[in-house]
Design a protein around this ligand. Structure first.
Ligand SMILES: [Zn+2]
Length: 310
């Protein structure tokens, strides 16, 4: 069974203006890296648009309509100080969510072993009725709800190694013990949530890191907190919020990881997925703002997914 790679040119048309770190060139850099011959075995498909009914499993119809209505005919509209919409943003957001939902369909049906979604905008900061932190729809949370509603998955886990805490995903999962959220992230840092004490219904596992913690503390957070909890939860499918902004070259944070750390954590997560979830893993891009580091880190992550599916 192959590793599925999903993207769509519409994801390049969401453009928050010159100087914004969450920019279309991020996807171009990843595409360039994934053009190397070693990635020829990927099964590449274009992401479909998400059906609104699926988006509305998480976001109220009034919020979805407000986002659609906010999309400008020209220039930019700012939803908060970090998050803007351009004329292409609505379709990009539906492609991003559509990619993760479709990847869940393909992996749950056995058409693919695992999948990576090279999409933007990211999603893990989006709350049910609030766009924030470069995010409009919480694609990974929507896909988790979809895995339960449309497939046989009873327990769905999201592990988030983006350097920012996924407040939106935590919020969506907060009181549902059949959904697991585990996150490493820098604190203090945007959005300010993600303390150890935030545990939801015993299904939320935060492992905050301090600036300059680096590889050793990052791996320790996984081996002592996230991975044992995930193993104990025994997910039927594992979703990954794959942000690569904990890299030492990233301009937005100071956790100082390298590509080797992303290789390591991907291998460890696949071990748990192999044990409990038949290897079913769907990973989607969140942050990562140094183009070279992002491209190298994503390539390292996707290579591990491919090795697991061969
Ligand atoms: Zn981030």
């Amino acid at each position: 069974m192959p590793t599925l790679l999903l993207t769509h040119p519409d994801c390049l048309l969401h453009d928050m203006g010159a100087g914004h770190p969450e920019r279309p060139d991020r996807l171009r850099a990843i595409e360039d890296a994934l053009a190397a011959p070693v990635f020829n075995r990927l099964k590449r498909e274009r992401a479909p648009l998400a059906q609104l009914a699926l988006v509305e499993r998480l976001h109220p119809p009034g919020y979805v309509e407000a986002i659609r209505a906010a999309a400008p005919k020209q220039r930019l509209v700012w939803l908060d100080p970090d998050t803007a919409m351009s004329p292409g943003s609505w379709n990009a957001a539906l492609r991003a969510t559509g990619a993760v939902v479709y990847a869940v369909d393909q992996v749950m049906s056995g058409a693919a072993r695992n999948a990576f979604c090279t999409v933007r905008p990211p999603g893990h900061h989006a709350e049910s009725s609030r766009a924030m932190g470069f995010c409009l729809f919480n694609s990974v949370a929507i896909a988790a709800l979809h895995a339960r509603a449309a497939h046989s998955a009873e327990r769905v886990a999201v592990v988030d190694f983006d350097v920012h805490h996924g407040n939106g995903t935590q919020d969506a999962f907060w009181s549902d013990k059949d959904l697991f959220y585990g996150s490493t992230h820098q604190m203090p840092l945007f959005p300010g949530t993600g303390a150890l004490s935030e545990t939801g219904a015993g299904n939320i596992f935060n492992a905050p890191l301090s600036p300059l913690d680096g590889s050793t503390r990052f791996r320790e957070a996984f081996t002592t907190r996230i991975l044992p909890a995930l193993d104990n939860f025994a997910p039927d499918v594992l979703l990954i919020s794959a942000g690569f902004d904990a890299h030492r070259d990233d301009p937005l944070a100071q956790i100082e990881l390298t590509e080797d750390d992303f290789t390591w954590v991907t291998e460890k997560l696949i071990d748990v997925a192999d044990k409990h979830a038949g290897g079913r893993v769907v990973s989607t891009l969140e942050g990562g703002y140094n183009l070279d580091a992002l491209a190298r880190s994503t390539a390292a992550h996707v290579l591990v997914l491919m090795q697991a599916s061969s």
